[in-house]
Structures are given as structure tokens and as C-alpha cells.
Write a protein that binds this ligand. Structure first.
Ligand SMILES: [Zn+2]
Ligand SMILES: [Zn+2]
Ligand SMILES: [Zn+2]
Length: 153
């Protein structure tokens, strides 16, 4: 890809993310755009320590923590716990809105590298809950080997 094409692509992506922030009434800041860019580039979900490693000194820990919190609250990101119980973050489907997540899909977690993947096309089954219980969310994880770990065998 030529430098010019690459620049055009970056502008388009930035505009998309700026729109997303605007739509969610969040101020457009470089750290917010950067976090969106990093998470959307990855096929697997990212934990805060992993994000910290990627952003380095560009975004301090507290700012990053607040960004993730506000993105989750606005329905931009959803949280998934990996096999160690560490929170990882993945981009939400466009159906999510503030305080209303609709990420009713199964997550695949690799038992070797602990990577978390959204299986967007696999929806969770309808679950009958006891009378007078109310359901807020369902978390179903499929555990196995990801393609990379499978190839490393
Ligand atoms: Zn969501
Ligand atoms: Zn793996
Ligand atoms: Zn997901």
C-alpha cells in the first residue's frame, strides 16, 4: 500500500471512530481514538495490561482505565473474562447502546494462550430461569485451541 493510500485509510478510520465518540456524547480525544484503533485492529479481545503494553507511555494507566470504563458504559466495548478471570475488552456490535449491551454471543477462549474471541455468529441459547428470577446477562465460553496454538502443535 502506498503511503498516500495508507494516509487516506487512516483518515477514514479516524472519522469512523470520531463519529462513534460523537454519537455517544464523548469528547473526541487522541487517547480515545487510539484505544478504539488498537482494539478494532485485533481479532481477539484485549486486557488492560495488554493495552498498556501497546500504548506505552502515550496514555497513562488511570486515563486508560477511565476510557475503558466509559466505553463499556456507553456500549462501545463489552467485557469478557478470560480463563484467569482477567477482564478483556472487545468491540460491541452496533446494536449496543448506553447501559444496554446486546452481546449475546458465545466467546471462544484458547486454553493455551488465553486469547478471547467473539463468536458473533453463535448466539446464546434461550434459557429458562426459575420463577421470580430475572436475567441480566448470559456468559457462555467455548474453550479450546485457537488457530495459532493449533498450528504450533
Ligand atoms: Zn455491547
Ligand atoms: Zn491460542
Ligand atoms: Zn464478544
Amino acid at each position: 500500500m502506498s503511503t498516500e493510500n495508507k494516509q487516506i485509510k487512516e483518515v477514514i478510520i479516524n472519522e469512523e471512530f470520531s463519529d462513534l465518540l460523537r454519537k455517544n456524547k464523548l469528547k473526541i480525544t487522541q487517547p480515545r481514538l487510539r484505544v478504539l484503533e488498537i482494539i478494532s485492529e485485533k481479532t481477539s479481545a484485549l486486557s488492560q495490561p495488554e493495552l498498556e503494553k501497546i500504548v506505552g507511555k502515550d496514555i497513562d494507566r488511570v486515563t486508560l482505565y477511565r476510557i475503558l470504563g466509559s466505553f463499556e458504559e456507553k456500549g462501545i466495548l463489552h467485557k469478557v473474562f478470560d480463563l484467569n478471570g482477567t477482564a478483556t475488552y472487545a468491540i460491541c456490535s452496533t446494536k449496543c447502546s448506553a447501559h444496554h449491551h446486546h452481546d449475546q454471543h458465545i466467546h471462544f477462549i484458547c486454553s493455551v494462550c488465553n486469547s478471547v474471541y467473539c463468536l458473533d455468529e453463535v448466539s446464546v441459547p434461550k434459557i429458562n430461569i426459575p420463577k421470580n428470577f430475572s436475567l441480566h446477562s448470559i456468559a457462555i465460553n467455548a474453550v479450546g485451541l485457537c488457530d495459532q496454538c493449533n498450528n504450533a502443535e
